[in-house]
Design a protein around this ligand. Sequence first.
Ligand code: ZN
Length: 205
Amino acid sequence: MDLYGSHINRLIEELQGLPGIGSKTAQRLAFHIVNMPKERVQSLADSMTEAREHVNYCRECCTLTDGELCPICRSEKRNHRQIMVVENPRDLAAYERTGRYEGVYHVLHGAISPMLGIGPNDIKLRELMQRLQGSDGEKNCDEVIIATNASVEGETTAMYILKLIRTLGLDIKVTRIASGVPVGGDIENTDEVTLERALLGRTEM
Ligand code: ZN
């Protein structure tokens, strides 16, 4: 039996396709949306379309940004020879909140997971290697800090990056953040003090 009519059903289906939204939440959101003033709904729809239209990967670090380069890569105050590798833009944001990291980032947009069928080519690893090698073959980085999560996927990815850097013969110091980040825990949900300690206590791989 079609309880809601096709328009609401379509809205519910679209919302349910989003991460973390189950059928109950989708229904709640759908009814909220159809009860909102029309202008607000238009504004919400516009913000989604425009974000999708204008947001792209930073040419340097692959985080999401409006322009060609993100504000961190554009900044002259940052140490561009120290690169912290994180799994996603939310982890970058978590480290930025500590206010203690002065280097730049590289965002992988995922981690290697044989279980989920995510291989090295599915994340921004090639971009990282190209960045580390530079165009003239001279190394343009002194340290790579691997700050992937302390999960199986995060550790697998960390080891893979180390291996790649060594295989390419790049003489770059590779460090891993300390285990202040709880095992299996997500960086984005870790408090600033713990993140800062994890960064300070990093060890060479
Ligand atoms: Zn950037």
